[in-house]
Design a protein around this ligand. Structure first.
Ligand SMILES: *Cc1c(COP(=O)(O)O)cnc(C)c1O
Length: 412
Protein backbone atom coordinates (compact mmCIF):
# COMPACT_ATOMS: atom_id res chain seq x y z
CA UNK A 1 0.00 0.00 0.00
CA UNK A 2 1.51 3.39 -0.94
CA UNK A 3 1.41 6.42 1.31
CA UNK A 4 -1.43 8.07 -0.64
CA UNK A 5 -3.65 5.07 0.06
CA UNK A 6 -2.48 4.99 3.67
CA UNK A 7 -3.60 8.52 4.29
CA UNK A 8 -7.01 7.66 2.80
CA UNK A 9 -7.58 4.81 5.19
CA UNK A 10 -9.65 5.91 8.20
CA UNK A 11 -7.87 5.80 11.53
CA UNK A 12 -8.86 3.29 14.18
CA UNK A 13 -10.42 6.16 16.16
CA UNK A 14 -12.58 7.10 13.17
CA UNK A 15 -13.58 3.49 12.62
CA UNK A 16 -14.52 3.06 16.27
CA UNK A 17 -16.49 6.31 16.23
CA UNK A 18 -18.45 5.16 13.17
CA UNK A 19 -19.02 1.61 14.47
CA UNK A 20 -22.72 1.01 15.23
CA UNK A 21 -21.72 -1.92 17.49
CA UNK A 22 -19.05 -0.04 19.44
CA UNK A 23 -21.33 0.28 22.48
CA UNK A 24 -21.64 -3.51 22.75
CA UNK A 25 -18.08 -3.66 24.10
CA UNK A 26 -19.44 -2.28 27.35
CA UNK A 27 -21.24 -5.57 27.91
CA UNK A 28 -17.96 -7.45 28.33
CA UNK A 29 -15.78 -7.72 31.36
CA UNK A 30 -12.32 -6.32 30.87
CA UNK A 31 -9.50 -6.37 33.38
CA UNK A 32 -8.50 -3.37 35.39
CA UNK A 33 -6.80 -0.54 33.53
CA UNK A 34 -3.29 -1.41 32.41
CA UNK A 35 -3.57 -5.16 32.79
CA UNK A 36 -4.58 -6.12 29.27
CA UNK A 37 -4.19 -3.95 26.25
CA UNK A 38 -5.30 -6.00 23.23
CA UNK A 39 -7.19 -9.28 23.26
CA UNK A 40 -6.97 -10.91 19.85
CA UNK A 41 -7.84 -14.48 20.79
CA UNK A 42 -11.61 -14.46 21.28
CA UNK A 43 -11.72 -17.19 18.62
CA UNK A 44 -10.12 -19.52 21.17
CA UNK A 45 -11.77 -18.25 24.34
CA UNK A 46 -14.31 -15.43 24.27
CA UNK A 47 -14.24 -12.78 26.99
CA UNK A 48 -16.82 -13.12 29.75
CA UNK A 49 -19.85 -10.87 29.75
CA UNK A 50 -20.10 -8.56 32.74
CA UNK A 51 -23.45 -10.21 33.42
CA UNK A 52 -21.78 -13.60 33.88
CA UNK A 53 -20.60 -13.13 37.49
CA UNK A 54 -24.07 -12.20 38.70
CA UNK A 55 -25.64 -14.89 36.53
CA UNK A 56 -23.50 -17.60 38.11
CA UNK A 57 -23.95 -16.24 41.63
CA UNK A 58 -27.71 -16.15 41.22
CA UNK A 59 -27.69 -19.64 39.74
CA UNK A 60 -25.83 -20.91 42.80
CA UNK A 61 -28.09 -19.14 45.27
CA UNK A 62 -31.53 -19.16 43.65
CA UNK A 63 -31.59 -22.15 41.34
CA UNK A 64 -29.17 -24.64 42.80
CA UNK A 65 -29.09 -23.45 46.44
CA UNK A 66 -32.84 -22.97 46.84
CA UNK A 67 -34.53 -25.33 44.44
CA UNK A 68 -31.96 -28.08 45.06
CA UNK A 69 -32.86 -31.40 43.43
CA UNK A 70 -36.26 -30.01 42.39
CA UNK A 71 -34.41 -27.90 39.81
CA UNK A 72 -34.05 -30.95 37.56
CA UNK A 73 -37.79 -31.38 37.15
CA UNK A 74 -38.50 -27.68 37.10
CA UNK A 75 -36.00 -26.69 34.43
CA UNK A 76 -32.66 -28.41 34.11
CA UNK A 77 -33.75 -31.59 32.36
CA UNK A 78 -34.90 -29.49 29.42
CA UNK A 79 -31.91 -27.13 29.33
CA UNK A 80 -29.94 -29.10 26.70
CA UNK A 81 -32.76 -28.65 24.19
CA UNK A 82 -34.16 -25.27 25.27
CA UNK A 83 -30.67 -23.73 25.13
CA UNK A 84 -30.04 -25.75 21.96
CA UNK A 85 -33.17 -24.36 20.30
CA UNK A 86 -32.08 -20.82 21.13
CA UNK A 87 -28.56 -21.36 19.71
CA UNK A 88 -30.27 -22.88 16.67
CA UNK A 89 -32.68 -20.01 16.11
CA UNK A 90 -30.22 -17.17 16.71
CA UNK A 91 -27.02 -18.49 15.15
CA UNK A 92 -27.53 -21.70 13.16
CA UNK A 93 -30.62 -21.17 11.02
CA UNK A 94 -32.11 -24.26 12.64
CA UNK A 95 -35.77 -24.82 13.47
CA UNK A 96 -36.58 -26.07 16.98
CA UNK A 97 -36.02 -29.68 18.00
CA UNK A 98 -32.72 -30.23 16.20
CA UNK A 99 -30.03 -28.96 18.60
CA UNK A 100 -28.87 -30.32 21.94
CA UNK A 101 -26.14 -29.00 24.24
CA UNK A 102 -23.72 -31.21 26.16
CA UNK A 103 -20.44 -33.14 26.15
CA UNK A 104 -17.33 -31.67 24.54
CA UNK A 105 -16.97 -30.99 20.82
CA UNK A 106 -14.71 -34.03 20.53
CA UNK A 107 -17.26 -36.37 22.14
CA UNK A 108 -20.11 -34.91 20.08
CA UNK A 109 -18.06 -35.44 16.92
CA UNK A 110 -17.52 -39.05 17.94
CA UNK A 111 -21.21 -39.62 18.59
CA UNK A 112 -22.42 -38.14 15.31
CA UNK A 113 -19.71 -39.52 13.02
CA UNK A 114 -20.07 -43.02 14.51
CA UNK A 115 -23.84 -42.79 14.13
CA UNK A 116 -23.44 -41.73 10.49
CA UNK A 117 -21.15 -44.67 9.71
CA UNK A 118 -23.30 -47.18 11.63
CA UNK A 119 -26.47 -46.08 9.81
CA UNK A 120 -25.15 -46.82 6.32
CA UNK A 121 -23.91 -50.39 5.89
CA UNK A 122 -21.86 -50.70 2.70
CA UNK A 123 -20.68 -47.12 3.02
CA UNK A 124 -17.35 -47.53 4.76
CA UNK A 125 -15.42 -44.40 3.84
CA UNK A 126 -15.09 -41.16 5.79
CA UNK A 127 -13.94 -38.03 3.95
CA UNK A 128 -12.04 -35.36 5.91
CA UNK A 129 -9.38 -32.80 5.03
CA UNK A 130 -5.75 -33.06 6.13
CA UNK A 131 -5.84 -29.53 7.54
CA UNK A 132 -8.88 -30.06 9.71
CA UNK A 133 -8.51 -29.42 13.43
CA UNK A 134 -6.56 -32.25 15.13
CA UNK A 135 -9.43 -33.52 17.27
CA UNK A 136 -11.67 -33.94 14.20
CA UNK A 137 -8.96 -35.99 12.44
CA UNK A 138 -8.10 -38.01 15.54
CA UNK A 139 -11.72 -38.89 16.30
CA UNK A 140 -12.09 -40.07 12.70
CA UNK A 141 -8.89 -42.12 12.91
CA UNK A 142 -10.31 -43.80 16.00
CA UNK A 143 -13.66 -44.53 14.38
CA UNK A 144 -11.94 -45.88 11.26
CA UNK A 145 -9.88 -48.23 13.44
CA UNK A 146 -12.93 -49.30 15.43
CA UNK A 147 -15.17 -49.86 12.40
CA UNK A 148 -12.63 -50.99 9.79
CA UNK A 149 -13.55 -47.90 7.77
CA UNK A 150 -11.24 -46.11 5.34
CA UNK A 151 -10.34 -42.43 5.57
CA UNK A 152 -10.30 -40.49 2.30
CA UNK A 153 -8.14 -37.43 2.83
CA UNK A 154 -8.96 -34.19 1.06
CA UNK A 155 -5.82 -32.33 -0.01
CA UNK A 156 -6.62 -28.64 -0.10
CA UNK A 157 -4.55 -25.48 -0.13
CA UNK A 158 -3.57 -24.82 3.52
CA UNK A 159 -3.60 -21.04 2.98
CA UNK A 160 -7.25 -21.32 1.99
CA UNK A 161 -9.41 -24.41 2.52
CA UNK A 162 -11.69 -27.01 1.00
CA UNK A 163 -13.60 -26.13 -2.17
CA UNK A 164 -16.23 -28.24 -3.90
CA UNK A 165 -13.74 -29.21 -6.60
CA UNK A 166 -11.35 -30.65 -3.98
CA UNK A 167 -13.94 -33.36 -3.26
CA UNK A 168 -14.06 -34.68 -6.82
CA UNK A 169 -12.80 -38.24 -7.04
CA UNK A 170 -13.32 -38.79 -3.31
CA UNK A 171 -17.11 -39.14 -3.17
CA UNK A 172 -18.74 -42.41 -4.20
CA UNK A 173 -21.38 -44.94 -3.20
CA UNK A 174 -18.91 -45.96 -0.47
CA UNK A 175 -18.83 -42.55 1.23
CA UNK A 176 -20.62 -42.59 4.59
CA UNK A 177 -19.95 -39.06 5.83
CA UNK A 178 -17.95 -35.97 4.92
CA UNK A 179 -16.53 -33.96 7.83
CA UNK A 180 -15.29 -30.43 7.18
CA UNK A 181 -14.81 -27.23 9.17
CA UNK A 182 -17.00 -24.35 8.08
CA UNK A 183 -14.24 -21.89 9.00
CA UNK A 184 -10.73 -23.40 8.97
CA UNK A 185 -9.03 -22.97 12.35
CA UNK A 186 -5.69 -22.08 10.80
CA UNK A 187 -6.33 -19.98 7.68
CA UNK A 188 -9.77 -18.66 8.57
CA UNK A 189 -11.08 -19.90 5.20
CA UNK A 190 -14.89 -19.85 5.04
CA UNK A 191 -16.14 -22.82 3.05
CA UNK A 192 -19.10 -22.63 0.68
CA UNK A 193 -21.29 -24.79 2.92
CA UNK A 194 -24.37 -24.64 0.68
CA UNK A 195 -22.55 -25.83 -2.46
CA UNK A 196 -20.46 -28.48 -0.70
CA UNK A 197 -23.46 -29.86 1.18
CA UNK A 198 -25.42 -30.15 -2.06
CA UNK A 199 -22.55 -31.97 -3.76
CA UNK A 200 -22.05 -34.38 -0.86
CA UNK A 201 -25.75 -35.21 -0.64
CA UNK A 202 -25.83 -35.90 -4.37
CA UNK A 203 -23.39 -38.74 -3.64
CA UNK A 204 -25.78 -40.14 -1.02
CA UNK A 205 -23.41 -39.44 1.88
CA UNK A 206 -24.17 -37.41 5.01
CA UNK A 207 -22.62 -33.98 5.56
CA UNK A 208 -21.25 -32.96 8.94
CA UNK A 209 -20.02 -29.41 9.45
CA UNK A 210 -17.78 -28.48 12.36
CA UNK A 211 -18.93 -24.94 13.09
CA UNK A 212 -16.64 -24.21 16.08
CA UNK A 213 -15.04 -21.24 14.34
CA UNK A 214 -18.13 -19.90 12.63
CA UNK A 215 -20.95 -20.07 15.18
CA UNK A 216 -21.53 -16.58 16.55
CA UNK A 217 -19.33 -14.89 13.94
CA UNK A 218 -20.68 -16.01 10.55
CA UNK A 219 -24.43 -16.48 9.87
CA UNK A 220 -25.37 -20.12 9.31
CA UNK A 221 -28.37 -21.59 7.49
CA UNK A 222 -28.12 -25.27 8.37
CA UNK A 223 -31.77 -26.06 7.55
CA UNK A 224 -31.76 -24.14 4.26
CA UNK A 225 -28.46 -25.68 3.17
CA UNK A 226 -29.84 -29.17 3.82
CA UNK A 227 -27.07 -30.00 6.31
CA UNK A 228 -27.46 -33.38 8.03
CA UNK A 229 -25.20 -32.90 11.04
CA UNK A 230 -23.20 -30.17 12.73
CA UNK A 231 -21.13 -29.81 15.88
CA UNK A 232 -19.82 -26.65 17.48
CA UNK A 233 -18.33 -25.29 20.65
CA UNK A 234 -19.62 -22.51 22.87
CA UNK A 235 -16.46 -21.12 24.47
CA UNK A 236 -15.24 -19.29 21.34
CA UNK A 237 -17.68 -16.78 19.81
CA UNK A 238 -20.48 -17.78 22.19
CA UNK A 239 -18.41 -16.74 25.24
CA UNK A 240 -19.54 -19.67 27.38
CA UNK A 241 -16.28 -19.84 29.37
CA UNK A 242 -13.48 -22.42 29.58
CA UNK A 243 -14.82 -25.91 28.96
CA UNK A 244 -18.40 -24.84 28.31
CA UNK A 245 -20.26 -27.66 26.53
CA UNK A 246 -20.59 -28.36 22.83
CA UNK A 247 -23.79 -28.54 20.81
CA UNK A 248 -24.94 -30.98 18.19
CA UNK A 249 -27.36 -30.31 15.33
CA UNK A 250 -29.10 -33.34 13.87
CA UNK A 251 -31.47 -32.54 11.02
CA UNK A 252 -34.99 -33.74 11.87
CA UNK A 253 -34.96 -35.98 8.80
CA UNK A 254 -32.01 -37.97 10.23
CA UNK A 255 -33.02 -38.25 13.87
CA UNK A 256 -34.86 -41.56 13.63
CA UNK A 257 -32.35 -43.02 11.23
CA UNK A 258 -29.24 -42.38 13.33
CA UNK A 259 -28.40 -43.98 16.64
CA UNK A 260 -25.51 -42.53 18.59
CA UNK A 261 -23.11 -45.01 20.16
CA UNK A 262 -22.84 -43.89 23.79
CA UNK A 263 -26.02 -45.17 25.36
CA UNK A 264 -26.67 -43.47 28.68
CA UNK A 265 -29.69 -43.07 30.89
CA UNK A 266 -30.30 -39.41 29.97
CA UNK A 267 -30.75 -40.29 26.31
CA UNK A 268 -33.15 -43.10 27.11
CA UNK A 269 -36.88 -42.72 26.63
CA UNK A 270 -37.62 -42.95 30.33
CA UNK A 271 -34.57 -41.82 32.31
CA UNK A 272 -36.17 -42.33 35.70
CA UNK A 273 -37.87 -45.61 34.78
CA UNK A 274 -34.66 -47.41 35.81
CA UNK A 275 -35.41 -49.91 33.08
CA UNK A 276 -33.52 -53.12 32.46
CA UNK A 277 -32.22 -52.15 29.05
CA UNK A 278 -31.78 -49.12 26.82
CA UNK A 279 -34.52 -47.76 24.62
CA UNK A 280 -33.53 -44.45 23.03
CA UNK A 281 -35.62 -41.33 23.52
CA UNK A 282 -37.31 -40.01 20.41
CA UNK A 283 -35.97 -37.01 18.53
CA UNK A 284 -32.96 -34.93 19.46
CA UNK A 285 -32.95 -36.16 23.09
CA UNK A 286 -31.62 -39.52 21.95
CA UNK A 287 -28.31 -37.75 21.25
CA UNK A 288 -27.87 -36.99 24.97
CA UNK A 289 -25.80 -39.41 27.05
CA UNK A 290 -25.46 -38.46 30.72
CA UNK A 291 -26.37 -35.69 33.15
CA UNK A 292 -26.29 -32.37 31.26
CA UNK A 293 -23.64 -29.80 32.31
CA UNK A 294 -26.27 -27.30 33.44
CA UNK A 295 -23.93 -25.06 35.44
CA UNK A 296 -21.56 -24.71 32.49
CA UNK A 297 -24.45 -23.83 30.17
CA UNK A 298 -25.47 -20.64 32.01
CA UNK A 299 -22.99 -18.00 30.72
CA UNK A 300 -23.54 -18.70 27.01
CA UNK A 301 -27.26 -18.02 27.32
CA UNK A 302 -26.65 -14.28 27.80
CA UNK A 303 -24.28 -14.17 24.85
CA UNK A 304 -26.82 -15.83 22.58
CA UNK A 305 -29.38 -13.20 23.65
CA UNK A 306 -26.87 -10.39 23.06
CA UNK A 307 -26.27 -11.74 19.54
CA UNK A 308 -30.04 -12.01 19.04
CA UNK A 309 -30.49 -8.35 19.99
CA UNK A 310 -27.86 -7.22 17.49
CA UNK A 311 -28.53 -9.76 14.75
CA UNK A 312 -26.07 -12.12 13.06
CA UNK A 313 -25.92 -9.95 9.93
CA UNK A 314 -24.63 -6.97 11.89
CA UNK A 315 -22.15 -9.25 13.67
CA UNK A 316 -20.87 -10.51 10.31
CA UNK A 317 -20.62 -7.00 8.90
CA UNK A 318 -18.38 -5.89 11.74
CA UNK A 319 -16.37 -9.11 11.54
CA UNK A 320 -15.63 -8.42 7.87
CA UNK A 321 -14.57 -4.84 8.63
CA UNK A 322 -12.33 -5.95 11.50
CA UNK A 323 -10.59 -8.65 9.46
CA UNK A 324 -10.17 -6.25 6.52
CA UNK A 325 -8.62 -3.70 8.84
CA UNK A 326 -6.32 -6.26 10.48
CA UNK A 327 -5.22 -7.54 7.05
CA UNK A 328 -4.51 -4.00 5.82
CA UNK A 329 -2.41 -3.24 8.91
CA UNK A 330 -0.56 -6.55 8.56
CA UNK A 331 0.13 -5.70 4.93
CA UNK A 332 1.59 -2.32 5.93
CA UNK A 333 3.49 -3.29 9.04
CA UNK A 334 4.29 -7.02 8.98
CA UNK A 335 4.75 -7.98 5.34
CA UNK A 336 7.67 -5.52 4.93
CA UNK A 337 9.40 -7.44 7.76
CA UNK A 338 9.12 -10.74 5.87
CA UNK A 339 5.77 -11.97 7.22
CA UNK A 340 3.17 -13.52 4.94
CA UNK A 341 -0.61 -13.27 5.25
CA UNK A 342 -1.90 -16.83 4.88
CA UNK A 343 -5.63 -16.11 5.03
CA UNK A 344 -8.00 -15.45 2.14
CA UNK A 345 -8.04 -11.86 0.84
CA UNK A 346 -11.59 -12.23 -0.42
CA UNK A 347 -13.90 -11.37 2.48
CA UNK A 348 -16.59 -13.74 1.16
CA UNK A 349 -14.14 -16.59 1.84
CA UNK A 350 -12.95 -15.48 5.26
CA UNK A 351 -14.25 -16.06 8.78
CA UNK A 352 -13.39 -13.85 11.75
CA UNK A 353 -9.64 -14.30 12.10
CA UNK A 354 -6.56 -13.86 9.98
CA UNK A 355 -3.27 -15.71 10.20
CA UNK A 356 0.14 -14.29 9.46
CA UNK A 357 3.23 -16.48 9.12
CA UNK A 358 6.80 -15.68 10.09
CA UNK A 359 9.49 -18.09 11.38
CA UNK A 360 9.95 -15.94 14.51
CA UNK A 361 6.26 -15.71 15.47
CA UNK A 362 6.57 -18.38 18.20
CA UNK A 363 9.05 -16.12 20.06
CA UNK A 364 7.07 -13.01 19.19
CA UNK A 365 3.87 -14.45 20.69
CA UNK A 366 5.63 -15.28 23.97
CA UNK A 367 6.96 -11.72 24.22
CA UNK A 368 3.56 -10.24 23.40
CA UNK A 369 1.69 -12.27 26.04
CA UNK A 370 4.08 -10.83 28.65
CA UNK A 371 3.15 -7.36 27.39
CA UNK A 372 -0.60 -7.91 27.55
CA UNK A 373 -1.05 -8.27 23.80
CA UNK A 374 -2.80 -11.59 23.23
CA UNK A 375 -2.92 -13.14 19.76
CA UNK A 376 -2.32 -16.88 19.55
CA UNK A 377 0.16 -19.10 17.81
CA UNK A 378 -0.39 -22.23 15.76
CA UNK A 379 2.71 -24.17 14.71
CA UNK A 380 4.75 -24.09 12.64
CA UNK A 381 4.75 -20.29 12.14
CA UNK A 382 1.20 -18.97 12.29
CA UNK A 383 0.22 -16.05 14.46
CA UNK A 384 -3.58 -15.81 14.56
CA UNK A 385 -5.38 -12.54 15.05
CA UNK A 386 -8.90 -13.36 16.19
CA UNK A 387 -11.54 -10.63 15.98
CA UNK A 388 -14.61 -11.08 18.16
CA UNK A 389 -17.08 -8.71 16.53
CA UNK A 390 -18.93 -7.62 19.67
CA UNK A 391 -15.95 -7.22 22.00
CA UNK A 392 -13.07 -6.03 19.81
CA UNK A 393 -12.39 -2.40 18.88
CA UNK A 394 -10.44 -1.13 15.90
CA UNK A 395 -8.08 0.63 18.32
CA UNK A 396 -7.34 -2.74 19.92
CA UNK A 397 -6.49 -4.21 16.51
CA UNK A 398 -4.17 -1.33 15.69
CA UNK A 399 -2.45 -1.54 19.06
CA UNK A 400 -2.07 -5.31 18.61
CA UNK A 401 -0.62 -5.27 15.10
CA UNK A 402 1.72 -2.41 16.01
CA UNK A 403 2.97 -4.40 19.01
CA UNK A 404 3.49 -7.47 16.79
CA UNK A 405 5.57 -5.35 14.43
CA UNK A 406 7.66 -3.90 17.27
CA UNK A 407 8.29 -7.32 18.86
CA UNK A 408 9.25 -8.82 15.50
CA UNK A 409 11.52 -5.89 14.65
CA UNK A 410 13.34 -6.34 17.99
CA UNK A 411 14.20 -9.92 17.03
CA UNK A 412 15.30 -9.24 13.46
C1 LIG B 1 -11.98 -25.48 19.15
C2 LIG B 1 -12.25 -26.60 18.20
C3 LIG B 1 -12.52 -27.89 18.68
C4 LIG B 1 -12.46 -28.16 20.16
O1 LIG B 1 -12.83 -29.43 20.56
P1 LIG B 1 -13.04 -29.68 22.14
O2 LIG B 1 -13.52 -31.05 22.26
O3 LIG B 1 -13.98 -28.63 22.63
O4 LIG B 1 -11.70 -29.47 22.80
C5 LIG B 1 -12.83 -28.87 17.75
N1 LIG B 1 -12.85 -28.60 16.42
C6 LIG B 1 -12.57 -27.37 15.94
C7 LIG B 1 -12.61 -27.10 14.47
C8 LIG B 1 -12.26 -26.33 16.82
O5 LIG B 1 -11.96 -25.12 16.35
Amino acid sequence: MNSAQQTQRPTSAELDAADPLAGQREAFYSPAEGQLTAYLDGNSLGRPLKATSAKLASFVEDAWGSRLIRGWDEQWMDEPTTVGDRIGAVTLGAAAGQVTVGDSTSVMLYKLIRAAVDAQPGRDEIVVDRDNFPTDRFIIEGIAAEKGATIKWVASNPASGVRTTDLEGLLSERTAVVVLSHVAYRSGFLADAAAITARVKESGALMLWDVCHSVGSVPLELDAWGVDLAVGCTYKYLNGGPGSPAFAYVNASQQDRLQQPIWGWMGADNPFGMTESYTPATGIRSFITGTPPVLAMQPLKDMVELIASVGMDAVREKSIKLTDYAAALAEDMLVPLGAEIVSPRNTAERGSHITVDHPLFGDVTRTLWDRGIIPDFRPPHGLRIGLSPLSTSYAEVELGVTAIRDALAELL
